[in-house]
Design a protein around this ligand. Structure first.
Ligand code: KG4
Ligand code: ZN
Length: 406
């Protein structure tokens, strides 16, 4: 009860809706969030206390897995087929109607053009009917902010975002104020894991046939030797917080080819040391994350970017489901007296909840909705203000933290 009244005091505008959770009734603003940036059609309604009133998600994952990767025209077709059912289902589960929500938040950048357009156009049609404020959402910002829905993480905090399309380290100063410390200079880690898993043909092993590449590699790696195959650590000469994953992909491909020749593997066959390869891939990937985060933490420390008692690293995005990487980053943070936290896996992968929550964060910060008619999509979009050069210029030398020895 205390929580409700305390939080209701600052409400100045926006329709309050009577919500009911575990038979307790309370008044709150609510936001409907819609996500269609890649291959998940997601919708959710959240209130300002971080309660998820209702959610629905349709993943196209199996379809794209069976067809060798995300095909934009199919993604668009599947989003179109699902979106009204998913939004209606989220509203029904919430027990509210569209006229009760305070605003509609939708992912408009970055992502696949065909997919983003389905979500935006659908939201525009909803807004024409119900005349609600519209909140355009940056997909990666939503990944970064969703942690605040479930626990207290005050601004500013450091975030590592790793997904199928992105890899970024940023300082989150506010809902809409990000400083970009590092980014990938080529491809994204999730994309590379998916491609390596495809090249290894792991979906031919029934146990892994429904898993995304990253998850399959994580499970296989548990039985493997991380030192079996030696990979170089990319960008080791540069004192930046940037990432590179293209070498991991190309060298893995070469190694798989060699092993297939060695063991005379043809067609759908799988190399016998697949677990060793997965363990070695995951090890070097983690090493890169650890080193760049270590440098980012040092940059924050040297520049007093985060007050001492609140130094927190958040890890989010699909790749943040990975327990091995989480554990390594956790050990690093412990060794540097930083707090480490991650959203639960369900909120690390794409979903409508994080979009609704980002919309709610906007309302709480007094950010007004925009005219949806004026809004378009952007397939590529920077994350905040780019200070990657300042980080490189700081020339911070890192003595790599041995996460595997702690
Ligand atoms: O954030 P997300 O759901 O979608 C994008 O915005 O891209 O991330 C999807 C990515 C996929 O590439 C998938 O392989 C990866 O997250 N992923 C994982 C794990 N689970 C999902 N990567 C490593 N370990 C996992 N357990
Ligand atoms: Zn994502």
């Amino acid at each position: 009860m205390y929580k409700i009244f305390r939080c209701l005091l600052p409400i100045r505008y926006g329709k309050l809706f009577e919500c009911k959770i575990q038979n307790k009734r309370y008044l709150a603003r609510t936001v409907l969030g819609i996500e269609t940036s890649c291959d998940d059609t997601g919708a959710a309604v959240v209130d300002e206390f971080g309660n998820v009133l209702g959610e629905a998600l349709n993943s196209q994952h199996q379809f794209h897995l069976d067809n060798g990767g995300v095909i934009p025209t199919f993604a668009k077709y599947l989003h179109r087929n699902e979106i009204s059912k998913i939004v209606q289902s989220a509203l029904d589960k919430s027990n509210i109607t569209l006229k009760d929500v305070s605003a509609i938040a939708t992912t408009v950048k970055p992502g696949l053009k065909e997919s983003l357009l389905v979500g935006l156009n659908y939201s525009k049609s909803l807004i024409q009917d119900c005349r609600k404020p519209f909140l355009p959402i940056h997909h990666m910002e939503a990944h970064a902010l969703v942690i605040r829905m479930i626990e207290l993480v005050e601004f500013p905090f450091l975030v590592l975002l790793a997904s199928g399309g992105h890899c970024q380290i940023a300082l989150v100063q506010n809902v809409n104020k990000f400083l970009l410390l590092g980014t990938t200079i080529d491809c994204a880690p999730g994309e590379v894991l998916d491609k390596i898993a495809r090249r290894l043909k792991v979906k031919n092993i029934p146990q892994y046939s429904h898993m995304c590449g990253g998850q399959a590699i994580e499970v296989l790696a548990k039985q493997g030797n991380p030192k079996a195959f030696e990979f170089k650590l990319p960008l080791h000469r540069y004192r930046s917080c940037n990432f590179s994953f293209s070498y991991l992909r190309s060298y893995s491909s070469q190694l798989i080819e060699k092993e297939e020749e060695k063991y005379n593997i043809v067609a759908d066959g799988i190399i016998p040391n697949v677990s060793d390869l997965c363990a070695s891939v995951l090890y070097i990937l983690t090493k890169q994350f650890v080193r760049q985060v270590q440098r980012a933490i040092m940059f924050c420390k040297y520049n007093n970017l985060i007050p001492e008692n609140r130094q927190t690293l958040v890890f989010s995005g699909g790749v943040a489901c990975n327990e091995y990487i989480r554990s390594a980053l956790n050990k690093l943070c412990n060794s540097m007296d930083w707090r480490f936290t991650c959203p639960p896996p369900k909120l690390c992968n794409d979903n409508g909840i994080m979009i609704a929550w980002n919309g709610m964060e906007c309302l709480k910060a007094g950010i007004q909705g925009t005219d949806a008619k004026e809004i378009g999509i952007a397939t590529k979009c920077p994350l905040g203000t780019d200070i990657t050069k300042d980080v490189t210029d700081a020339n911070i030398k890192v003595k790599l933290f041995q996460f595997d020895k702690h």
